[in-house]
Design a protein around this ligand. Structure first.
Ligand code: IMP
Ligand code: MG
Length: 201
C-alpha cells in the first residue's frame, strides 16, 4: 500500500507541475493526417498490397489503437516490443523483447511508434526488418522530436513535430506514468530523475 501511495502521489505531482504542449483535439487531427497519408497509398486495388502493420509496444499502443480503425485497406496487424530506455529516461542498448512472429520476408511493413527521439530504436528496428527480408519498411511515428541534429533514421510519416522536451501522454510515459493522457504534456526537468519507490511493506 505504501508503494501505491508513493506512485499515486508522484504521478499526480508530476502532472501538476507539467505544462500542456498539445491538446487532445490536435492529437486527433494528427492521427487523422497519418491515416490519410497511409490510405492514399494503400487504399487502392491497383497496388493490391497487404501490408503488415507492426506496433512498437508499449509506447505505440495508444497511437496504434486510434490509427488502425481509420485505415481503410486490408492489412495484418502484430506488435513488436523493443525497448531502449528500460526504466531510465536516457540511453541504453536496444533490447528486443518480442520479435515479429509473422513472416516479414517480401512484405511491406508499416512500423507504428509513438516518438522518434534520437532515432536509435527505429533505426535498429528498420535494419532488423530489412535483414529479415522485408521488401519495404515504412516508419510512421506519432511525434518527431526536433533535436537540431541528424538522426540515424528518418520517419516516412510524422503526426506532429515537437520541441526537444520530455513529454507524457498519448502512450508516452515518464516512470510509467500518464500514458493514458489524451494530449501531450511537458514534464519538468526535475521530474525526469528516478527516485526509488519505498520498499513494499
Ligand atoms: P530513440 O531511440 O531515442 O528514438 O527512443 C525512442 C523511444 O524513447 C520512444 O519510442 C519512447 O518510448 C522513448 N521516448 C523518447 N522520448 C520520449 C518522451 O519525450 N517521452 C516519453 N518517451 C520518450
Ligand atoms: Mg517506444
Amino acid at each position: 500500500m505504501q508503494e501505491q501511495d508513493f506512485h499515486y502521489t508522484r504521478a499526480r505531482e508530476l502532472l501538476a507541475r507539467a505544462e500542456e504542449l498539445v491538446s487532445a483535439d490536435t492529437v486527433q487531427a494528427a492521427v487523422r493526417n497519418v491515416a490519410e497519408v497511409l490510405n492514399s497509398r494503400f487504399d487502392s486495388d491497383a497496388t493490391g498490397e497487404f501490408p503488415l502493420v507492426l506496433g512498437v509496444m508499449g509506447g505505440a499502443v495508444v497511437f496504434t489503437g486510434h490509427l488502425l480503425p481509420q485505415l481503410s485497406f486490408p492489412l495484418e496487424f502484430d506488435y513488436i516490443h523493443v525497448t531502449r530506455y528500460g526504466d531510465q529516461d536516457r540511453g541504453g542498448e536496444v533490447v528486443w523483447k518480442v520479435i515479429p512472429r509473422q513472416n516479414v520476408a517480401g512484405r511491406t511493413i508499416i512500423v507504428v511508434d509513438d516518438i522518434l527521439d534520437e532515432g536509435e530504436t527505429l533505426a535498429h528496428v528498420k535494419q532488423r526488418l530489412l535483414d529479415m527480408g522485408a521488401a519495404e519498411v515504412i516508419l510512421a511515428v506519432f511525434a518527431d522530436k526536433e533535436l537540431g541534429k541528424r538522426k540515424p533514421v528518418q520517419a516516412d510519416i510524422v503526426g506532429l513535430t515537437i520541441p526537444n522536451k520530455f513529454v507524457v501522454g498519448f502512450g508516452m510515459d515518464a516512470h510509467g506514468y500518464w500514458r493514458n493522457l489524451p494530449g501531450l504534456w511537458v514534464i519538468k526537468d526535475d521530474d525526469k530523475q528516478v527516485d526509488e519507490a519505498p520498499p513494499a511493506v
